[in-house]
Design a protein around this ligand. Structure first.
Ligand code: SF4
Length: 274
């Protein structure tokens, strides 16, 4: 149940900082840019949120999923000085599941919290990065090239540290063949994504913040590929292009009652939320 967000795959959004810089084609019509500009704010300046917002998760007492940094990127360089405080809040709220989605997976390992390990009395202490058990880490990509680059980078983190890892194929602007970066060996060794989200882009017909085309076949293909690999898949929305093309009432194509039956699917990773 979404308590303070309309995003269907989470319950809360939490923005310990806002502002970001575009890094991939998926960022082209970023809604954070649109909304900040609407209020006359510079979307490229990263600003730490004031304490009531920064500390908000401490008020959420019931288990819930928390989409972290919906108005920034958790691993953006400009937030390096704030991130330890955010990790502390994450560690202090183990009943919450933090869904951290990034387009900067190459920065994950160096910016994780760490444990101090003493391997031998005569050895110096070793700092080992780890992922808190209440964190799901994901990457976002909308085309083949970005998918391969992002997932292969995230896969090295999964191989090193383990945990729940996901892919957000949204906004999907091209067909994607998952097999180019998920091999059969990955499947047998359990290092494929634990979850895939897919969806088309919302936006305006003209102006600065538009939508790009997303075909029904592209979404159906992602669903089929996930089901074949037994990867839980969540279709978020069809996007504005398909909403218009199919004559849907919901302009984002987010009402699954209006979709063809084969893509009416909203699964979650096999964790406490199943
Ligand atoms: S990484 Fe996310 S928040 Fe940052 S510009 Fe791209 S879409 Fe926007």
């Amino acid at each position: 149940m979404a308590e303070n967000t309309k995003i269907q795959w989470t319950d809360h959004t939490w923005n310990p900082w806002t502002g970001c810089k575009k890094v991939s084609s998926g960022c082209k019509f970023c809604y954070m840019y649109r909304d900040k500009e609407r209020y006359g704010l510079d979307p490229t300046t990263v600003i730490r949120s004031k304490p009531p917002t920064f500390n908000k998760p401490l008020n959420w007492k019931e288990p819930a999923k928390v989409f972290t940094c919906s108005w920034s990127d958790f691993f953006i360089e400009e937030a390096d000085l704030c991130r330890d405080d955010a990790w502390q809040i994450i560690k202090d709220t183990p009943h919450l599941t933090y869904q951290i989605l990034t387009k900067r997976p190459e920065r994950i390992i160096k910016n994780l919290p760490y444990q101090i390990i003493k391997t031998h009395i005569s050895e110096p202490n070793t700092k080992l990065p780890y992922i808190p058990s209440n964190v799901w880490l994901g990457v976002s990509a909308g085309n083949q090239e970005d998918y391969e680059k992002m997932w292969l980078t995230l896969k090295t983190v999964k191989l090193t540290l383990g945990g729940v890892f996901f892919l957000s194929l949204e906004p999907l602007t091209d067909p994607i063949d998952l097999s180019r970066a998920i091999t059969t060996i990955d499947e047998t060794e359990g290092i494929q994504p634990n979850w895939v989200i897919v969806g088309g882009e919302s936006g305006n017909e003209k102006g600065k913040y538009r939508y790009r085309k997303c075909e029904l076949d592209w979404i159906t293909s992602i669903v089929d590929q996930c089901l074949m690999r037994k990867i839980p898949v969540f279709v978020k929305q069809l996007g504005t292009h398909l909403s218009k093309e199919l004559g849907l009432k919901d302009r984002h194509g987010g009402d699954w009652n209006e979709w063809p039956g084969e893509i009416q699917i909203r699964q979650f990773p096999k964790t406490i939320y199943q």
